[in-house]
Design a protein around this ligand. Sequence first.
Ligand code: HEM
Length: 380
Amino acid sequence: MSFAALRASLHRAAAPAPAAFRRSAVRSSVRRYSTEPPTPTPAPKSSTALYAGLGAAALGGVAFWVFTSQGDSAKTIAKSGIQGAKAAAKFTPTKEDYIKIYNKVAEVMDEAADKDYDDGSYGPIFLRLGWHSSGTFDKESGTGGSNYATMRFAPESQHGANNGLHVARELMEEIHKEFPWVSYGDLWTLGAVTAIQEMGGPHVPWRPGRIDGVAAQATPDGRLPDGAKGADHLRAVFGRMGFDDREIVALSGGHAVGRCHRDRSGWDGPWTFSPATVSNSFFKLLFDETWVWKKWDGPRQLEDKGTRSLMMLPTDYVLVQDKSFKKWARAYADDEELFFKDFAGVCVKLFENGVPAHQWVTSEPWIMPTTEEQKEAKSS
Ligand code: HEM
């Protein structure tokens, strides 16, 4: 069986599976689409705009450094900005070049299976990296967001909410060595898009244009949500990013994949029986299972009464307690197509928040073809 076929996902099991289910299920399942794959948009005829955009972006990064900061990390970035400008002068990346990065991310995602990492995919942690690099956005001040990839710098890299993300950043660093011309913000958000799509989720339109910033642009601690809190907290944190109730619920569906780690957040366990597949099962389980508070020495979390193998954070459970959130959680539990549509839309918004419009190298985001679609296109 090909690696691409292995990657896809744990199907949505109706019943719990034994501990060994994870790897074997990863290996035996097939990729699943809920919608017909759209025709990939062609690469731009001329890449002049892209070239100009990247050059300007790199130079813009340098200019920012010159005027705002003199620290060591700022010098490093200024240097990388210059390197970026030099690279841009010699090399003009097209959509095809970004597809190469997409494919590399997909390949690295699969390596998790050989390393016996979690549920056989780095996809979930790539999604979390893209989300945490973007979720710092503050619409009032215009600060934060994916533009400057400031999680590369301490103290943002050390913020409690980012515990464990060094795993994803280190893997991305290896990919960056192969594609040194890409900005970290573009790489991390493209990584998250790749993760969503390759784990069977919807297409998430994406475009390049983020630039590498400096440590001085890092955001203060406390901008990301705290899983121990309630509905007011969610509305305050996501409201600051510009998201309403429907969008908060859609975004929370990201917890279809991945798991909590005792040594990272303190919480423990996966949300669903298919933690390497993007689906609406997070919402279905919220309604279909009986959730009880787990009796343990860890932070407050819920467990499903039936198998005691799944978990929900207090912030997840709030989605079925708060009337307004519940309406959307129900809608997504009943209709995966609707969830996929909304999830794709909110992810585009999340990953683009805070990036000045003039930095984009295309007026419309691209649809990146999945590795399966690329194969099909080649063979037809
Ligand atoms: C609603 C507020 C949210 C809270 C309080 C929250 C909290 C958490 C926590 C505590 C973890 C566990 C980290 C660990 O121990 O490794 C986690 C993991 C994760 N989160 Fe969230 N999260 C939120 C929203 C989101 C959103 C919006 C997304 C994506 C769209 C997302 C995607 C993920 C993924 C994929 C993981 C699994 C990472 C892994 O398996 O390593 N989360 N989240």
